[in-house]
Design a protein around this ligand. Structure first.
Ligand SMILES: [Zn+2]
Ligand SMILES: [Zn+2]
Length: 74
């Protein structure tokens, strides 16, 4: 359910403060997008849990509905 795989080669990513694919030798950020308006969500850390806030809808989004994408760090 919560697997983090490389968007290029599908290999499972390592977590080293950022997501890293050892095969591609690329770094990735995990970015959440609003399921309603497709805007990039702001990640809020509260009480050890991550919440995702949409500045366009002006409301928190349920993590189960958030669409996640890995973006390559250049
Ligand atoms: Zn890869
Ligand atoms: Zn939104």
């Amino acid at each position: 359910m919560n697997s983090n795989n490389c968007p290029k080669c599908e290999k499972e990513l390592d977590w080293q403060g950022h997501y890293h694919c050892s095969d591609c030798d690329e770094r990735f950020n995990k970015v959440g997008f609003c399921p309603d308006c497709q805007a990039q969500l702001e990640k809020l850390q509260a009480c050890g849990a991550a919440n995702y806030f949409c500045n366009s809808c002006n409301e928190l989004k349920s993590k189960s509905r958030v669409r996640f994408e890995f973006q390559q760090v250049s």
